[in-house]
Design a binder for this molecule. Structure first.
Ligand code: GUN
Length: 285
């Protein structure tokens, strides 16, 4: 039976630490780190994510603002909201919740966020820095996964790492972070031939596909570490991962559950990034 990697527990401990560092920050600089979350439209899943982000900020003592905008806002108005946040000294991190409604180009909007406040690490300049291995923000989900591996004492050095999924938010940056940690990394996607053959080689397998129970036990090596990024709803509306947990758990040495695995870590890393941004901005002023 695999060890269940408890994302809630790792997240709780990390947030306690962030809370302490936040108190220290406030003592030194006389203000709290600040995060602005911009949500456009009324996508129900996004509403929940945004509420959770703002609750997490409160929990660790950050200042947070949620800016709710109508789905039909013109691009120039959204850009002017971002421009105001750019110069707002109480705001260290700016996050525009994705997906954006049709008619708004996420690339234009994300690239309007100043890189030093881009706590999602989606700006082209931060993406470039990740590729080069320069110190910067790391996207929250891959960063949370690296933190979980570190917490569990799972070394990536020299390991066969297979990432299934090549999104800009998870798959691609995940591959980079594993590579920087000296893993031998393969990225698989919908055009991959012999997927099972490749996933079966993995010492560390990261599933970020977006398909319920896509990774079955015959695709997993005995003793592998399996990280499930999936957040899918099955036919009964139940939250499921990309991994067939019941079957894979019997083969893996460690596995993240859904819910309670990677999910809680993502918001925790957003808090880390905001505190990091606040520290950098204070030094520059
Ligand atoms: N939508 C789903 N995940 C994310 C995320 O990590 N950041 C933002 N901005 N939007 C998202």
């Amino acid at each position: 039976m695999a060890k269940i990697i408890d994302g809630r527990e790792i997240s709780r401990k990390t947030r306690e630490d962030i809370k302490e560092r936040t108190l220290e920050f406030i003592r030194r600089y006389g203000r709290a780190p600040g995060l602005a979350v911009v949500i456009v439209g009324d996508d129900p899943a996004s509403q929940i994510y945004v509420r959770n982000k703002s609750k997490a900020c409160e929990e660790v003592g950050f200042h947070s603002e949620v800016i709710r905008l109508s789905a039909d806002i013109p691009e120039y108005e959204l850009l002017s909201v971002i421009a105001k946040l750019k110069t707002d000294r109480s705001i260290d991190g700016i996050l525009v919740q994705l997906p954006l409604p049709r008619g708004l180009d996420p690339k234009v909007i994300i690239d309007a966020i100043p890189p030093e406040k881009d706590v999602d690490a989606f700006h082209v300049s931060n993406v470039g820095k990740i590729m080069l291995g320069e110190k910067c923000f790391y996207p929250c989900t891959p960063a949370g996964i690296m933190k979980m591996l570190e917490y569990e004492g799972i070394s990536v050095d020299g390991k066969e790492c297979v990432v299934v999924g090549r999104s800009n938010i998870v798959g691609k940056p995940m591959a980079m972070l594993l590579l920087h940690a000296n893993g031998t990394v393969t990225v698989c996607h919908s055009h991959t031939v012999n997927l099972k053959e490749i996933t079966s080689r993995a010492d560390i397998l990261v599933a970020a596909v977006g398909k319920s129970k896509f990774i079955t036990d015959d695709m997993v090596k005995e003793g592998a570490v399996v990280i499930d990024v999936g957040m899918n709803r099955d036919e009964n509306g139940k939250l499921t991962g990309d991994v067939d947990f019941e079957a894979v758990e019997k083969k893996a040495s460690a596995i993240t559950p859904v819910p309670g695995g990677v999910g809680p870590m993502t918001i925790t890393m957003l808090l880390e990034n905001t505190l990091f941004a606040a520290g950098n901005l204070i030094q520059k002023r």
